[in-house]
Design a protein around this ligand. Structure first.
Ligand SMILES: Cc1cc2nc3c(=O)[nH]c(=O)nc-3n(C[C@H](O)[C@H](O)[C@H](O)COP(=O)(O)OP(=O)(O)OC[C@H]3O[C@@H](n4cnc5c(N)ncnc54)[C@H](O)[C@@H]3O)c2cc1C
Length: 385
């Protein structure tokens, strides 16, 4: 039995999302991408399909599935378009999952139904202008004043933070200093529209053009003490766990993008002729596609392995980092080679491979850069300091 043998439920889900991506996303995404528009209608359809609730218990409005189901949905979306895939990934893995994992019963009942239905999106604000990889060094502060937290500071590059349907951002804040002198970090839920919380216009990005990415400013933002997510001082451990899970999801996104490159190149290399023959007859092209297929297969194996371990509740720090590192670097290579196979057409935005190329690079950066993944893998082996 192979790790790639999906259960009937997982197979049916993957096929449903594949059909949705091909029939409803592919025809319209190019224009939305060029216009840099958030795809509200497609997101609403994904919500109707239950995708935002996949790994959540039914009592909180979820579908009662597992995290592996989410990975399959992300992979199938990314096979056609990464913006939708990252919108789903960030909403579920970064926005809603921390509330399920660390929230009080009251917080879960208040926030999860709207997030798991997909009617609202949640975001996760960790990165700051001067601390990304060094995320323990954030400077946004939250201090207690009466029965409220008062938050001051800012975040950069936050996904899903400024859409018309964004409901909250979970913000990593310094809430004090630990006895050993290190910052005490806690996570606090800030609902959209809270006075003093402002969202900058969306960035102009190289890729993921239909995904919403914003800079956030917190100017004496007041929220109830009850908006603390989990225990005070546990924010650092929470976001490390959240990022471990998120890395598997980014790996799944990379697998989908790599597979999309193979899909497009197989077809194109049969159709496009040069020197009187289909370009796929040239070994130089056929071998590129063979390499792309091989790295996609290996990326999928690593990702599904990490995903199954995650679903079984095992520690995934090492396997998640390896899956993320290998799958994302392979996706960048595949996107570059796919663009090459398409020749000049590969440089034209109307061709999906051009989008794949633009969307691939950020995979090596978001949710921990390739360098950070190598640090994690090396440290698990007891090397690298
Ligand atoms: C489109 C997009 C969406 C994002 N969405 C979110 C989001 O929703 N929420 C959120 O909190 N963040 C988000 N991010 C932020 C992302 O996680 C960070 O950009 C990423 O972690 C890198 O941080 P940085 O940009 O500050 O780079 P830096 O940490 O400044 O790194 C710069 C370079 O130095 C390298 N480097 C740093 N430290 C070391 C070291 N010790 N050893 C070797 N090399 C090192 C890095 O690998 C990188 O190559 C998003 C980013 C993008 C681009």
């Amino acid at each position: 039995m192979s790790i790639l043998d999906l259960s009937p439920e997982h197979r049916a889900l993957a096929e449903t999302v594949r059909s949705f991506a091909r029939e409803e996303v592919a025809p319209v995404i190019g224009k939305l991408y060029e216009a840099e528009q958030f795809p509200y209608e497609l997101v609403a359809k994904m919500a109707d399909m239950g995708l935002f609730g996949l790994p959540f218990p039914e009592e909180y409005g979820g579908m009662g599935g597992d995290y592996f189901a989410l990975l399959l949905a992300i992979e199938e979306l990314a096979r056609v378009d990464s913006s939708l895939a990252i919108t789903l990934e960030a909403a579920v893995s970064l926005g809603a999952m921390p509330i399920l994992r660390y929230g009080t019963e009251e917080q879960k009942r208040e926030w999860l139904p709207v997030l798991t239905s997909g009617a609202g999106l949640g975001a996760f604000g960790l990165t700051e202008a001067s601390s990304g990889s060094d995320a323990g060094n954030i400077s946004t502060t939250a201090v207690v004043d009466g029965d409220e937290w008062v938050i001051n500071g800012g975040k950069v590059f936050i996904t899903n933070a400024g859409t018309e349907i964004t409901k909250l951002v979970t913000v990593a804040c310094r809430t004090g200093t630990q006895p050993d002198g290190r910052p005490e970090i806690s996570s606090i839920i800030v609902p959209s529209g809270t006075p003093g919380f402002s969202v900058a216009p969306k960035y102009s990005k190289v890729g993921w053009n239909c995904s919403d990415t914003r800079e956030l400013v917190f100017d004496s933002v007041r929220v109830p003490l009850a908006n603390l997510l989990g225990q005070r001082g546990r924010g650092y451990a929470q976001f490390l766990n959240t990022l471990d899970e998120g890395r598997v999801a980014i790996a799944a996104l990379a697998v989908g993008l790599s597979q999309g490159c193979v899909d497009e190149c197989v077809q194109y290399s049969r159709d496009r002729e040069a020197f009187g023959r289909p370009i796929g007859d040239f070994q130089a092209i056929a071998f590129k596609i063979a390499d792309m297929e091989t790295s996609t297969h290996l990326s999928r194996l690593a990702t599904y392995d990490a995903g199954l371990r995650l679903t079984r509740g095992e520690s995934i720090k090492h396997t998640a980092a390896m899956a993320k590192l290998y799958a994302t670097e392979s996706a960048v290579t595949n996107a570059r080679e796919a663009t090459q196979i398409f020749g000049g057409y590969g440089f034209m935005n109307e061709y999906p491979v051009a989008r794949f190329w633009r969307d691939s690079k950020v995979l090596e950066i978001g949710e921990g850069t390739s360098e950070v993944q190598r640090m994690i893998i090396a440290r698990q082996l007891g090397v690298g300091g």
